[in-house]
Design a binder for this molecule. Structure first.
Ligand code: SF4
Ligand code: SF4
Length: 110
């Protein structure tokens, strides 16, 4: 049986950020959401407003809603531009887990 390569770092990867289109904050239709989203609304109003404006624009344009790089993704540095503010789903995403490996395979990251 072939053993899986050990993934020790996200450096130079960013594969999981290249398909979510927007930071995956959990929120309800009334706009209320996870703690990180509420903190963004309270303490980082410009970023919060930017996400809502981007979402409205996509709705008007009919998408895309998935499958494109995250709005916060820095393609040059292959990193998150607002790492400390990222949603729960991002900080819970398991490096080296099945979804990570799948994202890397799709993005062609060794
Ligand atoms: S796909 Fe995996 S290694 Fe790449 S950035 Fe995401 S968690 Fe890190
Ligand atoms: S870590 Fe940052 S760039 Fe990546 S999906 Fe999450 S919010 Fe977007």
């Amino acid at each position: 049986m072939r053993s899986l390569a050990i993934i020790e770092s996200c450096e130079g990867c960013g594969a999981c950020c290249q398909v979510v289109t927007q930071p995956p904050f959990r929120r309800d239709f009334d706009g209320v959401g996870e703690e990180a989203w509420e903190r963004l609304a309270r303490d980082h109003r410009a970023l919060h407003a930017g996400l809502l404006a981007d979402q409205d624009e996509r709705r008007r344009a009919g998408g895309p809603f998935h499958g494109t790089p995250c709005l916060w993704y820095d393609a040059v540095g292959a990193c998150c531009r607002h790492y400390e503010l990222r949603p729960r789903a991002c900080w819970e995403f398991a490096m080296g887990g099945d979804d990570c490996r799948d994202a890397r395979r799709r993005a062609g990251v060794e």
